[in-house]
Design a protein around this ligand. Structure first.
Ligand code: EPU
Length: 417
């Protein structure tokens, strides 16, 4: 298994280009199942999860006409298999985004239950509740969700908690359902709004995406998907923190500053300089790093996907910060790895208290999930000496060319096979 080796202590300088948003790419790839034609998606990030989604839709009968350099041409005329198998779903939970589209397209779906993961139990009861309200017959058998519906019908659904992929799954199902579907208490993440816009360009009738309530008027059919994926806000935030933590100076290009407003403001509170352009952000790190406390929330609140990276920065602040994780119940596994690098973090339930230390020291550490890996890379960039991060396949799931991008910014980082 690959490892990443970092010699810390170098301030990063220069420019970095952000890749397409993984969490926007995966749902639109699943949405290609909704139309019996040839979809074209450009601007895809070249990351493992996107490869996995391509393999999954191919398994479901989609012809993969092209899949390279961030472009996918997917012909879903031939969709004929309703089974999303365990071996793919277990490597990527977003596979369950095929549940709604499969029920619409084939009237049946057999999708492996994802099970728990490193950051929490992550049930998908809200996805199931929505589909049942729309008339699907759903049972769980042998570890699979087995769904059947001759024709889904519009319904009025209230989500008991805000769920990103839950909102997307039911919104996709509603596109081809009979009549009107009203979804209340939905996710407002930019990825949800992008999926709705993309579907609308293909003939869907979705209103309200980006607000708390989405209304979908069902249509008989939609055209194939055509879209260009917008820049990844979590990758953007990670490089912003890379500038702050190394006291460097980075221009992050091809990004959407409005999508990372909560991160910009937190970094300014921590003493960094942040200058927003139209499609770029310049971040300059400053000494000392001031402690800032944060609570993760759904968009536009501070994202759970940047909690680990901000924690790495707080490890070297000049005081005490309190980080509360409100979205996932077990998303602090990076804390004990950061402590192995000399950090002083105490975790109690959903709260982490980080007492800043003068410096971190390089150590062998283990990545536990995608964003935890990013936090260890960030800590390694500022630590004294060598940090070796194992299980870096987590990074490859969601960060395109991370070592190359960081090397270009002046980091001493390499991958060992
Ligand atoms: N939840 C339920 N029941 C459900 C659905 C969700 O209890 O039916 C709970 C979850 O267990 C969690 C909370 O609701 O405690 C929010 O989960 P959500 O469903 O919003 O998460 P998700 O849709 O599975 C997406 C992203 C995650 C990101 C979260 C939160 C994708 C493919 N994944 O997951 O991204 O952390 O939203 O913003 O969009 C990542 O990219 O590293 C990543 C984990």
């Amino acid at each position: 298994m690959d490892k990443i080796v970092i010699q810390g202590g170098k301030p990063l300088h220069g420019q970095v280009d952000i890749s397409g948003a993984k969490n926007a790419a995966l749902p639109v790839m699943a949405a290609t199942l909704l139309s019996a034609g040839r979809s074209r998606i450009t601007g895809l990030p070249q990351v493992r999860d996107v490869d996995t989604m391509a393999r999954l839709v191919e398994e479901l009968g989609v012809k993969v006409i092209a899949f390279q350099d961030g472009e996918a041409v997917l012909d879903a005329a031939t969709v004929n298999n309703h089974v999303a198998p365990y071996h793919l779903v277990s490597t990527m939970r977003a596979s369950c985004l095929t549940l709604g589209p499969l029920l619409c397209r084939l009237g049946r779906a057999r999708v492996s239950l994802p099970g728990g993961c490193a950051i929490g139990a992550r049930p998908i009861d809200q996805h199931i509740k929505g589909l049942v309200a729309m008339g699907a017959d759903i049972k769980i058998e042998n570890g699979y969700i087995i769904g059947q519906a001759s024709k889904l019908k519009g319904a009025h659904i209230y989500f008991d908690m805000v769920t990103v992929t839950g909102t997307m799954n039911i919104m996709m199902a509603a596109v081809l359902a009979e009549g009107e579907t009203i979804l209340e208490n939905v996710a407002k993440e930019p990825e949800v709004a992008f999926l709705a816009d993309t579907l609308n360009q293909s003939g869907a009738r979705i209103k309200g995406a980006g607000t708390d309530t989405i209304v979908v008027q069902g249509v008989a059919a939609i055209d194939p998907i055509k879209c260009h994926i917008f820049p990844d806000r979590i990758e953007t935030a990670t490089y912003m923190i890379a500038a702050a933590i190394t006291q460097g100076d980075i221009e992050i290009r091809n990004c959407v500053p409005a999508h990372v407003e909560s991160i910009s403001l937190k970094l300014i509170e921590s003493g960094a300089e942040v200058e927003e352009g139209e499609t770029s952000i310049k971040v300059r790190g400053r000494h000392p790093v001031l402690p800032v406390s944060v609570k993760t929330q759904t968009y536009p609140g501070f994202p759970t996907d940047v909690q680990a990276q901000l924690m790495a920065l707080m490890c070297i602040s000049g005081g005490k910060s309190v980080i509360v994780e409100n979205i996932f119940e077990n998303r602090f596994m990076h804390a004990s790895e950061l402590n192995r690098m000399g950090a002083d973090i105490q975790v109690e339930g959903r709260t982490a208290i980080v007492a800043g230390v003068n410096k971190l020291s390089g150590a062998p550490v283990m990545a536990t999930d995608l964003r935890a890996s990013a936090s260890l890379v960030l800590a390694g960039l500022v630590a004294d000496g060598e940090t070796t991060i194992s299980r870096v396949y987590h990074i490859d799931r969601g960060y395109q060319n991370m070592e190359e991008k960081l090397s270009k910014l002046g980091a001493s980082i390499r991958r060992v096979k």
